[in-house]
Design a protein around this ligand. Structure first.
Ligand SMILES: [Fe+2]
Length: 250
């Protein structure tokens, strides 16, 4: 059984809680869809936990670190956190050896991963690093159809920080609407796995999914969110709003 995670964003407490949950649930393989860093207070520790994963993809935050192109998609808070994260990963500083190893790992991340008829991306198949797929895109069939055409059967993505399911019938379903379990059928389907470290679905619990080949299970996991929020508030370069939004899941 695979555990598929995304958007950890330097939140060590959420990451550790999710790793523990997936182990308890019997996951044997881990796929990470990107954004290990950015926003959160523990970028190095989160990178170190991901180095042995079976698959790890590049998110827009890793891309920004590697290319120094924060771009139009980054607001002031995101840019500030990327600058601070870059300082933590200084390859000329105290932790030179560790940071060189971390940069090597970040630079090795693929933008997409294909496993038979299953595709894994951070954003969407047509713009794997940057494009968002929104629930309201069922009203934009030209966008959704173009994306579905690039998928053989199933696609897992992240990036919006909100879990959900899109089908080729132009239907969008939340995890709550399917009671957190979705049996896949012979139709093209896209699954957003949600965010481990900065959920924006109104529920502050960490999110990820389990996948056994035919069924997707959405897992909300409680973690010590107050600890992470306290760490963020203690770092002047990180905007205190980044702590507040974790408490609200927004
Ligand atoms: Fe993200």
């Amino acid at each position: 059984m695979k555990a598929i995670i995304s958007d950890i964003h330097g939140n060590l407490e959420a990451f550790q809680a999710v790793l523990k949950d997936m182990q308890y649930q019997g996951a044997t393989e881990i796929v990470c869809l990107g954004d290990l860093v950015g926003y959160g207070p523990n970028p190095k520790e989160c990178i170190d936990l991901a180095v042995d994963f079976d698959v790890a993809l590049r998110g827009n935050h890793e891309h920004a670190l590697l290319t120094e192109q924060e771009g139009a998609n980054f607001n002031v808070k995101a840019k500030g956190s990327i600058t601070w994260t870059r300082q933590q990963l200084n390859p000329l500083g105290e932790d030179r050896e560790g940071n060189l190893r971390r940069w090597e790992f970040l630079d090795s991340l693929e933008t997409t991963h294909r496993d038979g008829n299953i595709l894994y991306v951070h954003g969407t198949p047509r713009e794997p690093i940057t494009e968002y797929l929104y629930p309201r895109d069922i009203y934009r069939p030209e966008k959704l159809n173009e994306i579905l055409e690039m998928i053989d059967w199933l696609c897992f993505c992240g990036h919006t920080h909100s879990p959900g399911i899109w089908t080729e019938d132009m239907i969008y379903l939340t995890p709550q609407e399917v009671n957190y379990r979705y049996h896949l059928v012979n139709k093209k389907t896209i699954v957003n796995v949600g965010s481990v470290g900065q959920p924006r679905d109104g529920d502050p619990r960490a999110k990820y999914v389990l996948f056994d080949g035919s069924r997707v299970v959405f897992r909300p996991v409680e973690y010590r969110v107050q600890t992470t929020a306290r760490k963020i508030r203690s770092i002047p370069q990180l905007d205190p709003y980044l702590a507040e939004r974790l408490l609200q899941g927004r």
